[in-house]
Design a protein around this ligand. Sequence first.
Ligand code: FAD
Length: 375
Amino acid sequence: MRIVVVGAGIVGASTAFHLTQLGAEVYFVDNNTPGRATFAGAGIVCPWLSQNRDPRYEELSFAAVRYYPELIASLAAAGETGVDYELVGGLVVADSVQELDFVVERLQKYLEHGVKEIGRVQVLQAGGPKELFPYLDPGLAGVYLSGAIRVSGESLRVALLNAAVKAGAKQLSGTAALESERSGNAVVGVRVDGEIISADAVVVAAGAWSAHLCRPLDLRLELEPQRGQILHLTVSQGQTEALPVIVPVLSDYYLLGFRDSRVVMGATRETGSGFDFRVTAGGVAEVLQEGLRIAPGLNTATLTEIRVGFRPLSKDGLPLLGHPSSTAGLVIATGLGRYGLTVGPFAGLLAAKLALGETPGINVAGFEPDRRATG
Ligand SMILES: Cc1cc2nc3c(=O)[nH]c(=O)nc-3n(C[C@H](O)[C@H](O)[C@H](O)COP(=O)(O)OP(=O)(O)OC[C@H]3O[C@@H](n4cnc5c(N)ncnc54)[C@H](O)[C@@H]3O)c2cc1C
């Protein structure tokens, strides 16, 4: 079967890779547009403390984390060893341990239900978090969990695409439009720069741009871009790559370390931003104010880079993943919002199976891409 994947962010790259593994003839196309979420994404993988408590989302995101090590191993077996993926552990911080009682309760409950990927959970009195993340305010208390992961989404995306190409996938650069039958009821391929590539199925994994792509078919996705501005700081000394991630639970702000003395501080969540690809004074001020409040030790760090990305935000917070009811030959795989680096690699596997007519192996009911959100 020939499948075309539109969009090569984390979701499309994973879809293309898994399609090659499943024996399909694969084309993927990307237009390298500014604001790609995978390039801007921070890289915290810690779904057990997510703000999305929908049981269907929990099942999906927990399965996604379980799948990560297998995927990294498959990529290594394909010669792709450059993924910046580390089990660094995570910290939730607060002014007092009492404020974190609910975090401990929640993690204990999951552990009792066998969610062993959470790892070891430890309550840290004031000063404990700073011993693990030296830039933090010494007065902060915390909860540590050893299972949290940090991943560079861009390094994973590149590895997935390299592995897909090695396995025969064909890469196209340009803006794709969907080609449908005259009736508009079935997608038969894509058009890129005037050239038509016919396909047995097309996977739309174009992130926040997916709604635009589907509109000519009268297919309306309840999806919008949510701008995120995220800061990259460089510290003058100290090992940053083994720092635990500071997981956002009591506020929306977080920190994580990468190689090259880099600490990433994020991020704004600007619902209603549209595709306005700008760094704003207010956005940077907001992130710096909140980030430096918990980590005053970063006051003298160099602000080296600011990234802007558009999260593909669905109306009800659930993914858009599956076949739309009105259009044959089409799979939609997007809507992962603020958790796409967590769920995206696994969502790509599911999208690949759906495109080939296989059962995905996990319940995707509720993720119908053309559903209408209630409430
Ligand atoms: C600031 C920020 C921080 C984040 N932090 C985290 C985090 O810590 N943990 C986490 O799990 N998630 C995080 N996320 C969310 C995560 O980054 C996204 O959910 C995820 O990257 C979405 O991936 P995607 O492949 O759906 O979309 P994208 O990465 O945006 O990819 C879509 C691709 O489609 C291409 N495209 C669009 N239209 C067309 C077209 N017509 N033809 C061809 N190509 C097209 C674009 O160029 C783009 O490359 C963060 C996001 C942001 C913005």
